[in-house]
Design a protein around this ligand. Sequence first.
Ligand code: NDP
Length: 318
Amino acid sequence: MSSESALTIKLKLNNGLEAPAIALGTANPKESRPKVKDTVKAAVKAGYRHIDTAWIYGTEEYIGEALSELFAEGVVKREELFITTKVWPSNWNNPERSIDESLKRLGLDYVDLVLQHWPLTFKADAEGNPIVKDGNSVLDESGDYLVTWKKLIELYKKDSKKVRSIGVSNYTVEYLKRLLKETDVVPVVNQVELHPSLPQVDLVKFGNEHGIITEAYSPLGSGGAPLLKLPIVETLAKKYDVSGADILVNYHVKSGRFVAPRSTNVERVAKGFKSVPLTTDDLKALDQEGIDHPHRYINPGFAKSVGYENWGEEKPFK
Ligand code: NDP
């Protein structure tokens, strides 16, 4: 039985900054976005110190409201928090405008980490919103996704008080290789879909070899948390007398990775996550699940142009 909290575990970035390994995810369906204010407040009161959001999520304003109340109530100080936001591909050519908008909505004057959300370029309207045709964002064929990264580097070098670190998201090994070859700042993080059904072993290994910490998104398998029903997760939860969510989060934390679980259920959030002493064999068994039965849950149409062709088989759950 473990009673220690995993929320206090920290990781060191390649630029020397430290951040809590567990972030509160905030990409919610439209109808539950207003709940994010209460969940952020509950999360911070429960000991979360890392929040993951993005320009595109429509939740930055709710996070901003929560933070201003938490600061006013004296629950936490700005410098005790680690806030991540992201630049959507429709802002590929002007990430600074996107960051300024995020800061305004969040009511902050700096973010701890900015991620390039996808290595893609979308056509945009005058406000930077993606132009959508037949339900899909239209790719800007004249653009190069690496321009966004180069502009983030410029901004980081010019004003590391506004943007304290920069990283990427949804990069494959091939995309990371090009980035490392053509630019001179190594991303602190690569945030990708990662869980026992998609262990991304080669991508994690490549990141480790190059000082890029891999951050897991959709750690519960996204909406409805389907991964809680995986037999290996149920077995380990029983073995350690913890919840399945504790196992799915510790799978990353005990491997030295960031993880961003999402919930708008205040009671769940208030529980936080226990630290579970998973062994090397437990971690290998969790990896093996996805090596044998790979499955990806986040499958937007545009991901194909990043080379996400290996979606794996749809896996039936109990
Ligand atoms: P998650 O894998 O975190 O799963 C969220 C779902 O799990 C919700 O339905 C939630 O329901 C449920 N849930 C959470 N905790 C529990 C629990 N203890 N027991 C049962 N059910 C639970 O989903 P996401 O896809 O949102 O991924 C997490 C975060 O990762 C995002 O919010 C976002 O911050 C980031 N992300 C980044 C992406 C990128 O491109 N960079 C893409 C996708 C996500 P409830 O709310 O009712 O608790």
